[in-house]
Design a protein around this ligand. Structure first.
Ligand code: GYE
Length: 627
């Protein structure tokens, strides 16, 4: 390794040398009709891994998965550092990796707040994948991690069932600085609080280790008589707790852990041997990190911004089946995949681009797409899903026009054993497992970005800003969450206020009508219009112009989506800011369908990558816009 490091500075020279050798080999091969093979020691990429620590078993598994996945590529090298849970050391490690000249960095942060600015700086020069704990903001290429709040909720449901809704739980939490532990606790208590008759005693096990957990539980002594269950934030603490209970003779206390790895004394083994009652899996994302790292380095399009991994509840009853699923080999189905797709409608430029992206990708992936345009009607979408179920399609894709009212039809799809994928918009259902994955945007962040732009461009921070909000379809997740995100940031600016809000239903005419109605009933006194999509913003601009008000000058217009028409309006000065919401979900959706049909597990959510555009940068980007 040392010898190799000496060459690292010359790696670039090495690559040029390799390129010359290859060129010669290629010329030679043209003459001798033979193709030069890649030299085994040719390095294409060096990936730096900044690990929070190499002490926790979860991180050892993460590192092992990264190594195994990278080993499949002879031209990839890893440089791994161990921050020993010290954020100052991690910051120094990250700088060293940057100085080595790594091509991409994978960071698993020790302390989110301290490491966020460093990741943001590195991201200005090389791609960064954040693992396990997300940093603040979006200055990174990709985040891969579990949904820790959902893991906590699953534990809460399991413990509540074990205790029949009544009793006392000892919660062995991880470090209070660990966002994962905070989220797990929040999820856990959100469910426990609903039951109303379960008390929780929380203890922070700072080292999150087996032995510390064992010591803490043993110190409880006879007080354990009052404890009915233990929820440990990882399986190692669960094992420590079980050892203490065995020594003290309290063997009826139920135990739930987290992580669910295979191997001796790890979650699946502990459950199978009856040492703990349940483990909730927390995948590391190591393999996915290397796979996406190569896609990023090879500039493959469509790499998402966030991949949220799925967790499973494993008990003695399903441990064997779960482990068998881990080792299953994947094989492409030997049939054309039939996909029923219930699209919202044709209400906006975004929607047309979204439909086109999905149809084109279906063709490219060889998938038979049965497409239904449901004209912004939930009733027609439900009817379409029923037809897909009767047709016994392989997969259903739904872009739900609104987020509620889907439980019954999704139940029918489940009973028919037809997986449902959500594209673009979300649903809220009673049960968590009603669909396989969600592929779409972070609407909350889109709303925040719109208000941040308002704040950043206010001439006088003290000035009073009167805002009109033109909302999309009532009850649709983008409408609700963009509004929520906007208001969340607006709270920091007491002089800003939404003085009028009305629904434009995501259409041009809808946006135009909102402004006309306001003008007909008020003297114009609006400083900023926040329109939740481009079509409504452009309709609003026309209404303003019809009334002698200059959009983009007399009133600032902010929109969401980023269609070409919006870029043209930025360049014309009629719009001031456009927050991107990509409709180009087709490739990711079809890849997810192929993976699903090949037996692979899908992430819980795949969140698209998006940016903010203004009059200053619109001209630069308009040529590269794909919709
Ligand atoms: O912003 C709008 C479309 O669901 C994100 O629906 C999508 C929204 C998009 O009509 O233009």
């Amino acid at each position: 390794m040392r010898e190799w490091f000496k060459n690292i500075g010359g790696r670039r020279i090495g690559k040029i040398a390799c390129a010359c050798v290859l060129t010669f080999a290629l010329l030679f091969s043209l003459c001798s009709a033979c193709v030069a093979k890649k030299q085994p020691d040719q390095i294409s990429y060096v990936i730096g891994i900044s690990q929070a620590n190499m002490r926790e078993p979860w991180r050892l598994v993460l590192t092992q998965e990264i190594r195994e996945e990278a080993a499949k590529h002879s031209d990839v090298r890893l440089v791994i550092t161990d921050a020993t849970d010290n954020s100052e050391k991690q910051i120094a490690d990250i700088q060293k990796l940057l100085d080595f000249g790594v091509d991409l960095m994978i960071v698993s942060p020790c302390d989110v707040k301290k490491v966020t600015p460093v990741v943001s700086d590195v991201y200005q020069s090389i791609p960064v994948i954040v693992l396990d704990r997300v940093v603040e903001g979006y200055d990174y290429s990709l985040f891969i991690g579990p949904d820790n709040e959902l893991i906590g909720k699953q534990a809460g449901k399991s413990v509540s069932q074990m205790l029949n809704g009544k009793g006392t739980v000892l919660e062995l939490c991880g470090s209070s600085a660990s966002q994962a532990s905070i989220d797990r606790s929040e999820g856990f208590s959100s469910i426990i609080d609903e039951t109303g008759d379960i008390q929780v005693e929380q203890v922070h096990v700072v080292s999150e280790s087996r032995d510390s957990a064992e010591d803490i539980v043993r110190a409880y002594g006879t007080h354990l008589r009052d404890i009915d269950a233990i929820f440990a934030h990882n399986d190692y603490m669960a094992l420590g707790a079980s050892r203490a209970l065995e020594q003290l003779g309290y063997e009826d206390i139920r135990i739930v852990g987290v992580d669910g790895f295979t191997g001796e004394n790890r979650g699946i083994d502990l459950v199978r041997r009856g040492i703990i009652d349940e483990t909730i899996t927390c995948p590391t994302g190591g393999r996915e990190a290397v796979q996406y790292a190569l896609e990023i380095l090879q500039e493959v399009s469509g790499v998402p911004k966030q991949v949220i991994l799925r967790s499973h509840s494993v008990t003695k009853e399903n441990a064997d089946a779960y482990e068998a699923g881990l080792n299953r080999s994947y094989e492409e189905p030997d049939k054309i995949i039939d996909v029923g797709y219930a699209q919202v409608g044709t209400e906006s430029a975004w929607r047309l681009a979204n439909t086109q992206s999905i149809k084109t990708a279906a063709k490219e992936f060889g998938i038979n797409l049965i497409y239904e345009d449901c004209n912004q009607s939930q009733e027609r979408q439900i009817e379409a899903l029923r037809r897909f179920i009767e047709m016994d399609v392989d997969v259903i894709v739904l872009s739900p026009v609104v987020d509620s009212g889907w439980d019954e039809i999704l139940e029918e799809a489940q009973e028919a054993d037809i997986p449902v994928l959500l594209s673009d918009r979300k649903v809220s259902t009673k049960k968590d497992d009603m669909y396989m994955t969600f592929i779409g945007a972070d609407f909350l962040e889109e709303g925040r970005r719109a208000m941040r732009w308002v704040a950043e461009t206010m001439e006088d921070p003290e000035e009073c800003v009167r805002i009109m909000e033109i909302e999309g379809t009532v009850g649709a997740s983008p409408s609700e969450e963009r509004s929520q995100g906007f208001k969340e940031v607006m709270q920091e600016y007491p002089n800003c206020d939404i003085v009028y809000s009305s629904c434009g239903d995501f259409t041009y005419e809808g946006g135009k009508q909102v402004v006309e109605e306001y003008i007909n009933s008020h003297d114009w006194d609006i400083d900023v219009i926040f329109s939740q999509n481009d079509d409504m913003a452009l309709g609003a601009a026309e209404a303003l112009e019809n009334n002698g008000i200059t959009p983009g000058v007399d009133v600032k217009l902010i929109s969401v989506d980023g269609a070409r028409s919006a870029f043209e309006a930025l360049i014309d000065g009629r719009l001031n800011c456009v927050v991107e919401c990509s409709p180009l979900l087709g490739p990711q959706l079809m890849k997810a369908i192929k993976d699903l049909m090949a037996g692979k597990e899908l992430p819980l959510r795949i969140i698209t990558d998006e940016k903010v555009y203004t009059q200053e940068n619109a001209q630069k980007y308009i040529r590269s816009r794909k919709y």
